[in-house]
Design a binder for this molecule. Structure first.
Ligand code: GLA
Length: 368
């Protein structure tokens, strides 16, 4: 069988900005979801996953929507992608899909986007080679939003499809949605050359985008933009913020306005400076803003960030949607910082975190 891989991601900066038409700066991980695929011509989709042994799902292409609510949760992501291809009028007559995922689930590292993107690139190559990378991002997102029912923005799927090894992806979400030129830029991100390491600390406290907090933040951002009479919070400036009478909406908008500015500042430093340590303070400021103004952090995430900084990290922040999941820390001495965090988690009585290093890896591609 032919095989494809799509990676998970960590976002260097730009959290909860994507659905506000703003800016993000992710890297792809070397951990990904592998999708082996083979066409069939009997109208059947047959799906297996190495992580769900014995749980084979078989469904007729023309019954995908009708069967949706009876499908196991994990199967809705890949089958949502198949449904997008069918609805797009592509000549899919059936397919075998075998999945194998290495992105930790619930860690805020986009395991679900990696899953959708792996199936998307497989089906693109098999059935619809005319589909562009930009369209793949939209297909994978639609599968997750419409079929799996999880209201994500564009960050995760863009990272999984568009990232390049050794680079961070600067993405202007509004320009990308409008298909404008210059919406994406690959910015060299070579930490090793500067003697630096990017640590991921997976706190083990699962985050779940379908549990309501994420959708509530989206609604609050829309309400703030409406109250300011702006198309999206992307268009707000710090002068607009006092006009928001509701203090919750004002804090949510403050996060988005300041976070967009931080993404631009980090991108600028990476383009012009020789020392990536200079982005550290902006990463930490992002965490404080997510904690205090956007209120999506969690005690385990705050502890991991503060202990990383205590142990000498140049900057640290929670990544992804929040309420659990992982942090990143920019460090000189990975082992020392990791050990310190693990010890502090043990002393506080939290479950042991999983700490590992990451480097900017390639986006989705064919393996054989
Ligand atoms: C999740 C969503 C993304 C993005 C982040 C927060 O990962 O899937 O679209 O909104 O949260 O930055």
């Amino acid at each position: 069988m032919q095989k494809w891989i799509a990676p998970g991601r960590v976002n260097i900066i730009g959290e909860h900005t994507d659905y506000n038409d703003g800016f993000v700066l992710p890297i792809a991980l070397s951990l990904g979801v592998v999708c082996a695929a083979e066409p069939r011509d009997d109208g059947l989709v047959r799906l297996t996953s190495a992580q769900r042994p014995g749980d084979t799902v078989e469904v007729q292409l023309n019954a995908l929507v009708a069967q949706r609510n009876r499908l196991p949760g994990w199967a809705r992501y890949p089958l949502g992608v198949v449904d997008e291809f069918v609805r797009g009028g592509h000549r899919v007559r059936g397919v075998d899909l075998e999945l194998d995922g290495a992105v930790p689930i619930g860690a805020g590292l986009s395991s679900s986007a990696a899953l959708c993107c792996a199936v998307t690139i497989a089906l693109r190559d098999l059935f619809a080679p005319e589909i562009t990378d930009r369209q793949m991002v939209k297909v994978a997102r639609a599968a997750e939003n419409d079929f799996a029912g999880v209201p994500t923005g564009l960050l995760d799927q863009s990272a999984s499809i568009l990232c390049a090894a050794g680079h961070a992806l600067f993405l202007d979400v509004r320009a990308f949605t409008a298909a404008e030129l210059g919406a994406t830029e690959q910015i060299p991100f070579d930490l090793e050359a500067a003697g630096l390491t990017l640590l991921v600390v997976d706190t083990g406290q699962p985050h779940d985008l379908s549990d309501g907090g994420y959708a509530e933040r989206r609604a609050q951002c829309e309400a703030a933009a409406d109250a300011l009479n702006l198309p999206a919070l992307r268009d707000a400036t710090s002068e607009d913020l006092p006009r928001l009478g509701d203090s919750v909406l004002r804090r949510r908008a403050t996060h988005v306005v300041t976070e967009n500015a931080r993404v631009l500042a980090v991108a600028d430093k990476l383009r012009t400076s020789t020392d990536p340590r200079e982005i550290g303070e902006l990463l930490t400021a992002s965490h404080r803003s997510l904690r205090d103004d956007f209120e999506v952090s969690a005690p385990t995430l705050d502890l991991a960030v503060e202990e990383a900084l205590d142990a000498g990290a140049h900057g640290a922040r929670m990544v992804g949607g929040g309420f659990g999941g992982s942090i990143i820390a920019l460090v000189d001495h990975a082992d020392r910082v990791a050990e310190h965090i693990v010890n502090r988690f043990a002393a506080t009585g939290f479950a042991p975190p999983r700490v590992f290093t990451v480097e900017p890896a390639a986006g989705a591609h064919k393996l054989n």
